[in-house]
Ligand binder design. Structure first.
Ligand code: ATP
Ligand code: MG
Length: 278
């Protein structure tokens, strides 16, 4: 027999990947002794991690990653912008996200004209136009901020998550856009500590054919796009551009080989992935 349902729940609650604890026991007593030992060991390890966290980093990894990536991008000429988390419905429509699309059903509405942004792209488009009038090319921009989506599936999605969206507009026409996307993606992934990744072609409902960045387990880390796209006309963007949107929780999850995005994201049950209800 394996651990009981209650025991497995407790182990899962402590953040142990269930795949790693499949056991077989001859008797209930043998099973219970093993469970107690395992539980104690896990609690000791978590307390050690907490001590180490308090002595050293004192903040969740995702915040450190956000700071490191921001500094890195600024050092490479990218301008950081900070836009509202509330998004007007008409800007969502300009992204092609209308009532007949899947993304529309994922939107959290505040009232009939405003929602919580499911992505950073609409406000970045505004900056591409307005800053584009004032600054030379290529124009390099990025934002890191919370996005909101109604999601049904559990371990790789959260209703609120942190997006990094970067964009380069007005590159020389002879640029190898795909190679540049790959270079930028690789810079961010290296900063996150992820060395094993690939970039197959995916079809996105919002961006058409888009290259995703995926990790060695097939987890989507980012999606990218190469413009001009049809919707650019809605924003009065007329130049070439490339953009990538990363989920920072996914980066943390992948880099730390976690099985659950909840440990990386905003939480009141975990502190830097350390379960608090011990
Ligand atoms: P998925 O197919 O995994 O649901 P997506 O293709 O809908 O993701 P995009 O719109 O491409 O997501 O968003 C860019 C990135 O933001 C994704 O590659 C992923 O890293 C991250 N992301 C998207 N939705 C979520 C979510 N609900 N929770 C955490 N991260 C997310
Ligand atoms: Mg995607």
């Amino acid at each position: 027999m394996n651990y009981s349902e209650v025991q497995l729940n407790r182990l899962q609650e402590l953040g142990t990947p269930l795949a790693s604890i499949s056991q077989s026991f001859e008797t209930i007593e043998e099973r219970n002794i093993s469970f107690q030992k395992l539980e104690q060991q896990i609690v000791i390890n978590l307390k050690k991690r907490l001590e180490d966290f308090v002595a050293n980093e004192r903040r969740p990894r995702i915040l450190k990653l956000e700071e490191n990536i921001s500094a890195l991008l600024r050092s490479q000429g990218f301008i950081q912008v900070h836009t509202p988390t509330i998004l007007a419905k008409n800007r969502l429509e300009k992204m092609g996200i209308t009532a007949d699309t899947a993304m529309f059903d994922q939107v959290f509405w505040i009232d009939n004209k405003k929602c919580l942004r499911p992505m950073l792209a609409p406000h970045l488009y505004e900056y591409m136009v307005d800053l584009g009038k004032l600054l030379p090319r290529p124009l390099r921009l990025f934002e890191i901020g919370t996005c909101y989506r109604k999601e049904t599936s559990g371990t790789k999605h959260a209703n609120e998550f942190t997006m990094l969206n970067l964009v380069e507009m007005g590159l020389p026409e002879d640029t190898d856009f795909l190679a540049r996307l790959k270079e930028l993606g690789s810079t961010i992934l290296a900063e996150a500590g992820i060395s094993s990744w690939s970039m197959p072609l995916e079809n996105s409902t919002v961006y058409g054919d888009a290259h995703d960045f995926i990790d060695e387990n097939g987890l989507e880390l980012a999606s990218s796009a190469i413009g001009p796209l049809d919707m650019d006309a809605n924003w009065r963007v007329t130049e070439n551009w490339i953009g990538i949107g990363f989920g920072l929780e996914r980066l943390v999850m992948s880099a730390s080989h976690d099985d659950n995005l909840a440990k990386a994201g905003r939480s009141i049950s975990y502190l830097d992935g350390i379960r608090l209800h011990l």
